[in-house]
Ligand binder design. Structure first.
Ligand code: NAP
Ligand code: ZN
Ligand code: ZN
Length: 352
């Protein structure tokens, strides 16, 4: 198969800083689109992958799954896009397309596993996939999204992961006008969850460990802030929420939040992956028919729905634009929860 060399940024090992390297992209096949990447958001999953927090990272690892760019080539059977269009790619670049999940627009739950934009397995090249910290990407048109024309391109990039990951549970648990929603953690996912829940008409509360983020949370649309380390504030929030979206990336005590759910309420974990410690206490769940759930990004149709909703409501991410060369410092700031509220890489810097 024909390939081209592309400049990228990636990690050679879990201890290594990210540095410039060359990767290979396939030439477009009949259904493929080649995109020149203009902007790529920096998700906490990029950091987890570069540092092998979840195990299974193949090196070199090139992260990045919040991609916005311009189409530079299309294959002979591409129908949805043309050269020159703006296009976006999120966390998936392929799936089986035939299983029950794929047939129901739930490619993220593909029974044989979707192909991740990075650290997945490219079916064409038989090698690992490389993400958006690169000049270009080649993707099957089914996994390419349209960007509403009124939205700022850099600030749209984070919608492709932070946006859809919070939109999907808001939709699945039918959040609507008057729903009581809480968000745990004001980072990339958390700030999008506040904006999207607010635009759906919900009353929105933020749980945060960081009192200094209070004003920002109000400015983003939160109605209330609860400092999660303050016992009296936590007990004041008992029995309140229909849905809590927990975006905390590391192990934490989920039991702490269950009393704040109302009867039939659900806490959906989207951040931390792995066993919980301390274990979950079932008593408060049983006593109020409460659920603890998980959720993974969102399907392609749902991602387009979210982008269109953001276009209609003029919603984008709060961003700090960085150069590709600043990525290692950005990761260190992300570990300190010092992101306001998403880093986005201006990919023109990779040409410097
Ligand atoms: P982020 O920007 O770093 O934000 C995480 C926020 O969580 C922080 O700003 C902080 O908020 C809070 N936090 C951080 N460490 C904490 C700790 N040890 N205990 C309690 N709170 C803590 O990260 P992100 O990009 O939003 O990603 C969040 C997580 O979601 C990551 O683990 C990422 O891998 C995962 N993710 C999952 C999916 C999915 O499909 N399920 C998709 C994308 C990302 P405060 O300062 O307000 O407390
Ligand atoms: Zn992500
Ligand atoms: Zn499938």
């Amino acid at each position: 198969m024909e390939t081209t060399n592309v400049k990228a940024y990636g990690a050679q090992s879990k201890e290594a800083s990210l540095e410039q390297l060359n990767i290979v992209r396939r030439e477009v096949t009949a259904k493929d689109i080649e995109i020149e990447i203009l902007y790529c958001g920096v998700c906490h999953s990029d950091l987890h992958t570069a540092r092998n927090d979840w195990g299974g990272t193949v090196y070199p690892a090139v992260p990045g799954h919040e991609i916005v760019g311009k189409i530079t080539k299309v294959g002979s059977e591409v129908t949805k896009f043309k050269v020159g269009d703006t296009a976006a790619v999120g966390c998936m670049v392929d799936s089986c397309r035939t299983c029950e999940s794929c047939q129901h627009d739930l490619e993220q739950y593909c029974m044989t596993g979707f192909t991740g934009t990075y650290n997945g397995r490219d079916k064409h090249l038989g090698k690992q996939t490389f993400g958006g910290y690169a000049e270009k990407v080649v993707v099957d048109e089914h996994f390419v999204l349209k960007v509403p024309e009124n939205l700022d391109l850099a600030a749209t990039a984070p919608l492709l992961c932070a946006g859809i990951t919070t939109w999907s549970p808001l939709r699945h648990w039918k959040v609507t006008k008057g729903s009581n929603v809480a968000v745990i953690g004001l980072g990339g996912l958390g700030h999008m969850a506040i904006k999207l829940a607010k635009a759906l008409g919900a009353n929105v509360t933020l749980f945060s460990r960081s009192p200094e983020k209070k004003q920002d949370a109000f400015d983003l649309g939160a109605d209330e802030i609860v400092i999660s380390t303050d016992k009296s504030q936590m007990s004041g929030a008992r029995g309140k929420f229909d849905l809590i979206i927990d975006t905390v990336p590391y192990i934490h005590d989920v039991n702490h939040y269950i009393p704040t759910l109302g009867i039939n309420g659900t806490i959906v974990l989207v951040g931390y992956l792995g066993p919980l410690d301390p274990m979950l206490n079932t008593v408060p769940m049983i006593m109020g028919r409460k659920s603890v759930a998980g959720s993974l990004i969102g399907g392609i149709a749902e991602t387009q729905e979210m982008l269109d909703f953001c276009g209609e409501h003029n919603i984008t991410s709060e961003i700090e634009i960085i150069k590709m060369q600043d990525i290692n410092e950005a990761y260190e700031r992300m570990l300190k929860s010092d992101v306001h509220y998403r880093f986005v890489i201006d990919m023109a810097s990779l040409k410097e």
